[in-house]
Design a protein around this ligand. Structure first.
Ligand SMILES: *Cc1c(COP(=O)(O)O)cnc(C)c1O
Length: 367
């Protein structure tokens, strides 16, 4: 066991991503037999009192962490965030007789809009393609339709590494947010949102479960013709037990939320730590006199995914190779954009970010 521990490297993968060590240890401890139950969390019924407790605690923890008001429901779904691209439009656009506005800030936002367009009219209220998705819009740049069914944003574009510092001002139109890669990275003013969805495998747990938080009034507007398994109301009504949910994945989300509450001390603390981790990497980029070129403009920089380029591909390959030799892995950027991407999610320890910072300084020969 000890050797396995010593084998652990710093995993900068964008997802599935690093989990808190404590969470893995707890899951390991319980894997063969849950205390007082005698069954593994991989074997146990989703109708068991144990899992009922898991669902209740996970929801309660999320409510505490994000101060979620009583007029919001929380459900746990499968199909990842990409299924949500379709479900949001099926549930909120179908039959609405209106169009939806999309703020296209990167690859994921673009894909979300394309999927919505299969279901109804989706228009870009802003599009970042002309400047290669290197920044986010100011409110005055938005071309919003005041009658839209909803406005969709991607709070953090995982591939480009741009993140909204705060919610855009969208008037009375419900704000729908793909928060897949920055869910739980900081406190949120929940009342600004109509719906938030996040697959767990970036910042909240393992792959297999997606958290959806939805305001009551949006549930009321859903069209009756949807297949049951695609209708948010059915998940709310059956408390996420419409069919067999991903039991083990929800259990890990519970452990992660517990870790955030008990060990980190809440999302304001987490935010502060995330700022420090990303800041130390951006500082090296800014001090490198152009050796490292950050992708995102400074005011749109992500706390979660730090994206940059080196002078040429050969140097970049060297960087990835030498980093790996030091136990700093998964630094290669997304295949669609190239470059380097260091994902420093909640569970990336401070020492991991420090080690990467030191390596970046050394590699660029910064004194
Ligand atoms: C990873 C990611 C997705 C896709 O999630 P899946 O669970 O793989 O479908 C969507 N949006 C964002 C912002 C992501 O980071």
């Amino acid at each position: 066991m000890l050797n396995r521990m010593q084998d652990r490297v710093y995993n900068f993968s964008p997802g599935p991503a690093v989990l808190p060590l404590k969470v893995l240890q707890e899951a390991q401890r319980d894997l063969l037999s849950l205390p007082g139950v005698g069954i593994s969390p991989l074997e146990i019924s989703h109708r068991s009192p144990w899992f009922d407790g898991v669902l209740n605690e996970t929801e309660a923890n999320l409510r505490r962490l994000l101060s979620i008001p009583d007029n919001y429901r929380i459900v746990f779904m499968q199909g990842g965030s990409r299924l949500q691209f379709s479900l949001v439009a099926m549930n909120l656009l179908r039959g609405a007789g209106r169009s939806a506005d999309y703020l296209v800030t990167g690859t994921w936002g673009q894909m979300a809009m394309q999927e919505a367009a299969r279901e109804g009219t989706a228009r870009a209220a802003w599009h970042g393609k002309p400047h290669n998705f290197d920044r986010l819009p100011a409110d005055r740049e938005l071309d919003l339709d005041p009658k839209a069914a909803y406005v969709h944003i991607t709070s953090n574009e995982t591939i480009q590494g741009v993140q909204f510092a705060r919610e855009p001002e969208v008037g009375g139109v419900p704000l729908v947010c793909d928060a897949s890669s920055d869910f739980l990275c900081r406190p949120l003013p929940m009342e600004h949102y109509g719906l938030i969805y996040a697959c767990a495998q970036k910042n909240a747990g393992p792959a297999g479960v997606t958290v959806v938080i939805i305001r009551d009034d949006l549930l009321e507007s859903i069209d009756d013709g949807l297949p049951t398994m695609l209708d948010y109301r059915a998940y709310v009504k059956e408390k996420s037990l419409l069919n067999t949910p991903p039991v083990f994945a929800v259990y890990l989300v519970m452990l992660v939320t517990r870790w955030l509450l008990d060990d980190v001390g809440g999302l304001a603390k987490m935010h502060e730590i995330n700022r420090r981790k990303s800041q130390m990497l951006y500082e090296v980029i800014d001090q490198s006199q152009g050796f490292y070129r950050g992708h995102a403009q400074p005011e749109s920089r992500s706390l979660m995914n730090v994206t940059f380029r080196l002078p040429d591909d050969a140097t970049q390959d060297q960087f990835v190779k030498q980093a790996k030799a030091r136990g700093l892995v998964e630094l290669k950027g997304h295949r669609s954009v190239g470059g380097i991407r260091a994902s420093v999610y909640n569970a990336m320890p401070m020492e991991g970010a420090e080690k990467l910072r030191d390596f970046m300084r050394e590699f660029a020969k910064i004194k």
